[in-house]
Design a protein around this ligand. Structure first.
Ligand code: ACO
Length: 438
């Protein structure tokens, strides 16, 4: 794992000037290796007594990062410089994980060693398995994931010294390795089947499939095409720059919290329907639409300002073009259908919905395109996952991005606790009124 200090990028002194409160304030502009420059406002408050105001961080770069680059207008996504389409076609989730953590593609022996390390840390502490029985049988897998992942910090004290790069590496490996076991156990608990323990002779993804769908009474055969498709889905979800859950992990980690607690915070954020929860919501929406003749009605609802309904799996804060992950996802649907010799009418509904939306002025003007979540549910459902597991799978894959980003932040010698300010709109100072006088 790279422990390189994060570069601050070249600075162009005084390249921007702000006129604030009648005073001219020179501001530095910094350039990254590619992408928009940033105006460095770190001294703004000291110089002017003013804050910037950017709820939702629509114009704010919160950190330096060398992991992932997105050009939302062009629909480009690069991990350490490699286009997501090429990684999805030629790489594996283990290789992409190594790449994100270490900065370079591994040589064969490096990949073998990394894969072996991850695959040998898949078991959970046996006491941790008892946690599951404390949840209601109908608990959402994401509720279980938040709890169990947070609880890992109670079991792995030997890797929580975040100032030690070796501890950080071990805890990162543990998190990546144990996430499939945790997610599969959440599923097994919800369907009342016994937990299936990991088989470290299988691939990362094959092992997860067996732990999810295998039962002790039968031998489970991993279907290579399904294993490959799911591995590709994991690649597509591995990292995505400073999205809401990654920013949550960074913010939690900025206080010095241990990595298990930080990843639990990321899982909580991912759960929301505006973020990772959209894959579950998108398939539920497609099933609710049912047949293509109902699509027009739902498109009208999505455009109606008085109706809270939105097309789930559509739109993105950064992509104002087709999400490159959605392109790969769409072609993977057919691959999985062919491998399993199944089909699902919901795919036809999805294709027609996409077509109608992309030809509609509302969606065109607002640059709303399918995102990664639009087609993923169709694939996961064909493989046999219930909708409630979709976001848990997203969390499993995103864990590598979260730990890579967390490690990058902790390795930065200039790292500070994240602490935004506010525009206060409450009452000004007033005297306390005793209860009998109110
Ligand atoms: N359906 C209908 N209208 C939409 C949609 C949608 N899916 N998405 C955005 N819009 C409209 C908004 O109503 C808004 O219109 P207005 O300017 O007239 O008010 C405009 O497009 C901009 O939308 P915002 O919500 O301001 O954009 P923001 O960047 O804050 O939100 C988000 C992005 C949350 C992804 C949004 O597009 C959305 O809710 N999509 C549906 C949920 C979804 O698919 N989330 C997954 C995102 S990808 C991921 O997290 C893995």
């Amino acid at each position: 794992m790279s422990d390189n200090p994060v570069s601050n990028g070249p600075a162009t002194p005084n390249a921007a000037v702000l006129n604030a409160g009648g005073k001219e304030v020179p501001l530095q502009v910094r350039s990254g290796s590619v992408g928009p420059d940033v105006i460095d406002i770190r001294k703004l408050y000291a110089d002017t007594g003013m804050f910037t105001y950017d709820p939702g961080f629509t114009s704010t770069a919160s950190c330096d990062s060398a992991l992932t680059y997105i050009d939302g207008d062009e629909g480009v996504l690069l991990h350490r410089g490699y286009p997501i389409g090429e990684l999805a076609e030629h790489s594996s989730f283990m290789e992409v994980s190594y790449l994100l953590l270490n900065g370079e593609l591994p040589a064969k022996d490096e990949l073998d060693t990394f894969t072996r390390t991850i695959c040998r840390h898949t078991m959970l502490h046996e006491q941790l398995m008892q946690f599951y029985r404390g949840f209601r049988r109908d608990a959402h897998p994401m509720a279980i994931m938040c709890g169990v992942v947070g609880a890992l910090s109670a079991f792995y004290h030997d890797s929580t010294d975040i100032s030690d790069p070796n501890h950080r590496r071990i805890s990162s490996h543990r998190l990546i390795a144990k996430m499939p076991t945790i997610a599969a156990a959440a599923f097994k608990y919800s369907v009342g089947q016994p937990f299936v323990y990991p088989d470290n002779t299988l691939s990362y993804t094959g092992n997860f499939l067996r732990m999810t769908f295998g039962v002790p009474a039968e031998k489970y055969e991993v279907i290579p095409a399904v294993e490959r498709a799911l591995d590709r889905i994991f690649i597509l979800h591995a990292d995505h720059e400073q999205n809401a859950s990654t920013s949550t992990v960074r913010l939690a980690g900025s206080s010095g919290a241990n990595p298990f607690a930080c990843i639990a915070a990321g899982i909580a954020c991912l759960w929301g329907p505006a973020h990772g929860g959209a894959n579950e919501a998108a398939l539920n929406m497609l099933r609710e639409i049912g047949t293509p003749d109902k699509i027009a009605h739902y498109i009208e609802r999505a455009k109606d300002k008085n109706d809270p309904f939105r097309l789930m799996g559509f739109g993105h804060r950064v992509y104002k073009n087709y999400d490159p992950r959605a392109t790969v996802m769409q072609s993977t649907v057919r691959e999985v259908f062919d491998a399993l010799k199944v089909t699902d009418p919901v795919f036809e509904t999805a294709l027609q919905l996409e077509d109608m939306a992309l030809n509609d002025d509302y969606f065109r003007e607002k640059k709303l395109f399918p995102n990664v979540d639009f087609y993923s549910g169709v694939i996961l459902s064909a493989i046999g996952f219930p909708t409630t597991m979709f976001t848990a799978l997203f969390a499993l894959a995103r864990t590598v991005g979260w730990v890579a980003q967390w490690n990058e932040m902790i390795s930065d010698p200039g790292q500070k606790i994240g602490r935004p300010r506010q525009l206060y709109t409450g009452p000004t100072e007033r005297a306390y009124v005793p209860l009998d006088k109110r």
